[in-house]
Write a protein that binds this ligand. Structure first.
Ligand code: CA
Length: 242
């Protein structure tokens, strides 16, 4: 498989620290975005522990069964962040989102907890592949709120699940068939709260380099206020059978 990727993160305009973290291991086909939360920079610790735990898990258990490996890696990350939070008063209550995309044998394996997102542009079809584990999204699913009402909801970004916080995770896992030309975007809510899906889609559709694509996405989030840390990881499948 031949692919290209570019990953960028920006602190934004309002935050003093960047609690987002991305990780890419091109050789393993592993792409991760984590968006940490917690006071006193604990969010940075949470996202770091989660990503490190996933990477260690990959080294020790291998990838014979990607779906099983992913769910185990996410569970291990959950336990590791919770353990760390309990070990240090300043870290109590810290947590993180965790969105993992693993490319193996012409498939993309997704495992996700929280409200970071992964999108796919396939031909001109643009889809959000991950479910948002947020109260507002649940209310939309249940028909309590319309998507339009949700945009002005005061419940904002209350998460229903987060790594390090939720004892029994309900991990969003999907297997996505890959096609040459597909573009994927992993991103934090610092992008999606500032930039509409339509704008994200239009940006991904432009025949720009992936570096420019990341820059444009981040610039749009900053132009809209940059209220949070912004992370964008863009990958493109160039050729499948190699
Ligand atoms: Ca965030």
């Amino acid at each position: 498989m031949k692919l290209q990727f570019c990953a960028k993160t920006d602190i934004g305009l309002a935050r003093k620290t960047n609690e987002d973290l991305f990780f890419v291991d091109e050789k393993q086909g592993l792409f991760i975005v984590a968006d940490g939360m917690g006071g006193h920079a604990a969010g940075e610790i949470a996202s770091q522990i989660a990503v490190e735990t996933v990477c260690q898990s990959l080294q020790t258990t291998g990838l014979a069964n990607p779906q099983k490996w992913l769910s185990q890696a996410v569970e291990k990350a959950n336990q590791a962040v919770e353990r760390a939070a309990n070990s240090n008063k300043a870290w109590q209550g810290m947590g993180t989102t965790l969105t993992i995309f693993l490319l193996q044998q012409q498939q993309g394996y997704l495992a996700h907890v929280g409200d970071s997102r992964i999108y796919r542009l396939h031909n001109s079809q643009f889809d959000q592949l991950s479910d948002d584990h947020s109260l507002v999204s649940e209310q939309i699913r249940q028909g309590i709120l319309t998507p339009e009402q949700a945009e002005t909801s005061t419940l904002g970004n209350i998460l229903l699940q987060a790594i390090g916080i939720t004892p029994e995770l309900d991990i969003c896992q999907k297997t996505i068939p890959l096609s040459s030309g597909d573009r994927f975007l992993l991103c934090s809510d610092g992008l999606t709260n500032m930039v509409s899906d339509t704008e994200i889609k239009e940006t991904l559709k432009q025949p720009n380099t992936l570096s420019t694509t990341c820059d444009v996405l981040i610039e749009k989030a900053i132009a809209a206020g940059g209220k949070d840390n912004i992370t964008a990881v863009v990958l493109q499948i160039n050729q499948l059978n190699q």
